[in-house]
Design a protein around this ligand. Sequence first.
Ligand code: 5GP
Length: 226
Amino acid sequence: MSASPTQCRRAVRAARPIPAAARTRAPGRVFVISSPSGGGKTTVVERLRRMMPQLSRSVSVTTRTPRSGERKGRDYRFVSRATFQRLQRSGQLLEWARVHGASYGTPRRRVLDTLRRGGSIVLSIDVQGARQIRRALGPQAALIFLLPPSMTHLRQRLAARNTETPMAIRRRLAAARREMACAAWYDYAVVNDRLDHTVRRVARIIRTAQRAPTRTIARRPKGEPQ
Ligand code: 5GP
């Protein structure tokens, strides 16, 4: 499962510049959770929020079509390309990226309102988005990467979801290798081997970060691509 910094650079090459500095003086926290597609972050975030109901969750906007079982406004705000461009151009997205052929973005207002109230919010976003959030919020954001136990495990999870074609699964696995190379510059990397275990570890990271002064939340990123 070893991955190189070059692979990471490829994964974040499309990262966009930040519209404007978003840093606030409020004591709130942003927790970015990334993993390759099929890495289990949706389940981990759901379980975390049951355990920590005060934790907000950002609902992203996306141009991708809904999968069966996904609910509008709960899983994503599904929008047209024109609407996405309008949101992006008018600065309403804190970060955005093209992932697997669709556009995804984090609505700016909810995150900043949560921070101003001193609350904590979780963003389940990809590595390009994580990099933009780090640039926008600095140590007010803690970046957590969930690693799959193995590539075989990841392939099985993607196949079991039954939502992607074999070609899409191959593309997502190739992207996973590039994304996993970025785990090196996240503040925390957690192997998602057993769900309960993973959720407890992430919850511990969040509680520790919430108590820490802002400047100590993020460890110095190692080898973050420029
Ligand atoms: P999926 O289509 O499988 O729900 O998500 C595909 C990828 O897009 C995942 O890695 C997910 O974390 C990422 N993603 C979801 N929302 C956002 C977002 O708002 N911004 C960015 N940068 N990535 C996102």
